[in-house]
Write a protein that binds this ligand. Structure first.
Ligand SMILES: *[C@@H]1O[C@H](CO)[C@@H](O)[C@H](O)[C@H]1NC(C)=O
Ligand SMILES: *[C@@H]1O[C@H](CO)[C@@H](O)[C@H](O)[C@H]1NC(C)=O
Ligand SMILES: *[C@@H]1O[C@H](CO)[C@@H](O)[C@H](O)[C@H]1NC(C)=O
Ligand SMILES: *[C@@H]1O[C@H](CO)[C@@H](O)[C@H](O)[C@H]1NC(C)=O
Ligand SMILES: *[C@@H]1O[C@H](CO)[C@@H](O)[C@H](O)[C@H]1NC(C)=O
Ligand SMILES: *[C@@H]1O[C@H](CO)[C@@H](O)[C@H](O)[C@H]1NC(C)=O
Ligand SMILES: *[C@@H]1O[C@H](CO)[C@@H](O)[C@H](O)[C@H]1NC(C)=O
Ligand SMILES: *[C@@H]1O[C@H](CO)[C@@H](O)[C@H](O)[C@H]1NC(C)=O
Length: 624
């Protein structure tokens, strides 16, 4: 058994394990340092087509139609070694918008009033009741998302919709699929991105539809999908997630691998590199913020553990809770979910979620984690408008500190050794714009992130009916002569040969005795082998030092399957210094819905109260 220790390194451990059955495309991503000119010259010398710049020093080439010469291209790129740093033929991978849309034709509403649904109290989920985002304190302090641009990476945006037009960021939208600056969908049926954009930044007080969480934020439509399902290449995703990363603050991403086919997928190597770079130096070096959906695969037994987009240190993974604080039927569980926001159950009669659709319409019925992600992106826009100097990691720390766990997500909570309440379904809990914007005023930036990685070679047989127990010990001086005092993300990479990967359940336990079910298993997933990176944020704030335990278990011992745990690697992210921030987080109490002064609702409430008093008087009189 060997023990390797790395300090201060991000290891790109994911290339090569995102294998797909899809046929390769005729495009090639090539990394080279000679700039666009050099890329064009190289393409010419190889007699292939230069297509476009992807990001940084990555370029896209395409084979000529008349030739099928994959082998030649590979050879030519290898031989051009002095210029070519890295290359890969692009393979389409199936990705889904996490869409739960109801029959659009029945939910069209003709607008008559000034922000009608706001006036009709159909948007109380933003500010009152059991589950709400507490936006009023943020708004009252003047934080409406101004100065923040949110990139909605989706099926496009109808910028002529009255709720969006005024809030579209000038010159920042882009269509990856159309290779143009116009992200308008081909048909109003494709309004997923328009809905998400409206949740984030629908204009307030314009006599139409509803109000966004951050009604003064700007939207950049980044069109990556032409419909709800698309085969995307790594190059396409990398372009979308790094598009204009200096001017786009937040990438709102309500998509991921399929929810119902036991998919195991995530960002490929170029996308990971693009996210890493943008998260480190995008947004004027403060870091782009990625918000991704945990998925809607609950009914199919899916878990977001198998979704690489949220098992990623650069991502804020968001899931959903219903208006009474219960879990939605579609919710998935995993240890990488960061937090939850409000959403609707599909088909729920009593709950509304107001969104613009198409070029000129409005709906009160959107649902799923797509909507929850958009609400999360809106809340983070409010935070950045309160303090745009916050880094992407600052925002993660602040969410961990301020999210609410009371009264939601059943008994799924545990408290870790640093005092954070965490849940497999709800992360740190319900995002709270009031507390976040209050904390934003006094927050001091977190210190540099340190990464310590331990790799364990095991080659141990997994018997059908016994658990494998392994461990790794973090010594006080094992990371740059120090140790992580406050953990952030913990990443676990495993390489296991096993007949049915969905039957494997993997748990890690920290030295401070907090357990993360990092791989929960997936009953119907009978694909072989598991070589993948998972993440847990359930050890946030704990110390790294001590012995970490790994348990690998076969959940179907009666099948007598055996396998091999080849190796595993655990990567601790966190800070070395022992400093803990205190600081005011707004303790304003939840406003009861009946007393929020909007529209005509007060009149109704008052008359209801009067009626009750009258009734009570009548009853008193009658019983005498
Ligand atoms: C909605 O109406 C349009 C045009 O009237 C029609 O093409 C479309 O199929 C309808 N969609 C649904 C979901 O009924
Ligand atoms: C985006 O930011 C860059 C600086 O990186 C700036 O030069 C450019 O003008 C901005 N683009 C737009 C459309 O605002
Ligand atoms: C809708 O609300 C009514 C009255 O508040 C309640 O009785 C009913 O159970 C609710 N239905 C659902 C599906 O939540
Ligand atoms: C860690 O693993 C070693 C080697 O397998 C074993 O001897 C030791 O008892 C384990 N420690 C704990 C705390 O489980
Ligand atoms: C760790 O300490 C040793 C001995 O004091 C020293 O030689 C080494 O440079 C230190 N390493 C780091 C990364 O500070
Ligand atoms: C997993 O381990 C096997 C056996 O050591 C090795 O051949 C394979 O390349 C490893 N896979 C990954 C993705 O590391
Ligand atoms: C660790 O936690 C488990 C329950 O989660 C408990 O049963 C056990 O006693 C704890 N162990 C220690 C050493 O505190
Ligand atoms: C597994 O092994 C047990 C004991 O050897 C045997 O009774 C059982 O039939 C086996 N199950 C399968 C599915 O092969």
């Amino acid at each position: 058994m060997t023990l390797l220790v790395y300090g201060l390194t991000w290891m790109c451990i994911c290339s090569g394990i995102f294998a797909s059955q899809s046929r390769p495309t005729n495009t090639w991503a090539v990394q080279l340092h000679d700039g666009e000119k050099g890329a064009k010259a190289l393409a010419e010398s190889m007699d292939i087509v230069y297509v476009k710049h992807i990001f940084e020093d990555y370029y896209l080439f395409r084979e000529r139609h008349d030739k099928r010469m994959t082998v030649d291209i590979r050879r030519a790129l290898v031989n051009a070694e002095s210029k070519v740093e890295w290359f890969q033929q692009q393979i389409p991978r199936e990705r889904h918008l996490y869409s739960l849309e109801e029959n659009a034709n029945q939910t069209y509403i003709v607008p008559h009033f000034n922000d009608e649904h706001w006036q009709n109290n159909l948007q109380t989920y933003l500010y009152c009741g059991d589950v709400h985002m507490n936006v009023l304190p943020a708004w009252n302090r003047g934080h409406h998302g101004q100065g923040v641009v949110v990139g909605v990476v989706d099926d496009g945006v109808f910028s002529e919709n009255p709720d969006l037009g005024p809030n579209i960021a000038e010159g920042l939208s882009y269509s990856i699929i159309g290779d143009s600056s116009d992200p308008t969908p081909s048909d109003a049926v494709f309004s997923h991105g328009t809905r998400c954009a409206g949740i984030i930044a629908a204009k307030a007080n314009n006599g139409f539809c509803g109000v966004g969480v951050a009604p003064k934020a700007k939207i950049a439509g980044i069109q990556l999908f032409a419909s709800a399902v698309a085969d995307l290449t790594d190059a396409d995703e990398a372009m979308a997630l790094s598009h204009n990363s200096n001017n786009i603050s937040i990438y709102s991403c309500s998509f991921g691998p399929s929810d119902y086919t036991n998919a195991l997928g995530g960002p490929g190597p170029i996308t990971l590199a693009a996210m890493k770079r943008s998260a480190e130096i995008g947004r004027g070096e403060k870091g782009s913020i990625y918000v991704f959906s945990a998925g809607n695969g609950g009914p199919y037994g899916d878990s977001c553990a198998y979704n690489g987009y949220i098992n990623n240190i650069y991502t804020i993974g968001i899931s959903a809770v219903l208006k009474d604080g219960s879990l939605a039927n579609y919710d998935e569980a995993c240890t990488s979910i960061f937090g939850v926001t409000y959403s609707r159950e599909y088909g729920e009669k009593n709950a509304t979620l107001v969104v613009p659709i198409g070029p000129d319409s409005c709906s009160t019925k959107f649902s799923g984690t797509s909507a929850a992600v958009a609400i999360g992106s809106g809340v983070i826009s409010l935070v950045l408008s309160a303090n745009n100097a916050l880094s992407a990691r600052d925002v993660q720390h602040m969410i961990a500190r301020t999210s609410n766990s009371n009264g939601i997500c059943r008994q799924t909570w545990k408290t870790n050794a640093a005092g954070f309440r965490v849940s497999d379904y709800c992360g740190f809990g319900l995002l709270d714009a009031g507390k976040l914007t209050s904390l934003a005023a006094t927050w001091r930036s977190v210190s540099e992130q340190v990464v310590c990685t331990y790799k364990q070679l095991e080659d141990r047989l997994i018997q059908s009916d016994e658990q494998i127990k392994a461990n790794v010990t973090v010594l006080p001086q094992s990371c740059l002569n120090r140790t992580i005092q406050h953990l952030e993300h913990v990443l676990l990479t495993v390489n296991i040969t096993f007949p049915h990967r969905g039957h494997l359940r993997i748990v890690i336990t920290s030295p401070q005795n907090t357990t993360s079910v990092i791989v929960p298993g997936r009953p119907t997933d009978e694909e072989p082998d598991l070589a993948w990176t998972f993440m847990t944020i359930h050890h946030w704030g704990e110390r790294a030092e001590g012995t970490w335990l790994l348990h690998v278990e076969n959940t179907h011992p009666q099948l007598n399957s055996t396998g091999v745990l080849h190796d595993w690697e655990v990567s601790f992210h966190g800070t070395i210094d022992a400093e803990v921030q205190d600081g005011d987080t707004d303790s304003s109490t939840v406003p009861p819905c009946g007393f929020v002064p909007v529209g005509d609702s007060n009149v109704i409430r008052h008359s209801t109260t009067l009626t009750l008093i009258t009734l009570a008087l009548v009853m008193m009189l009658c019983t005498q």
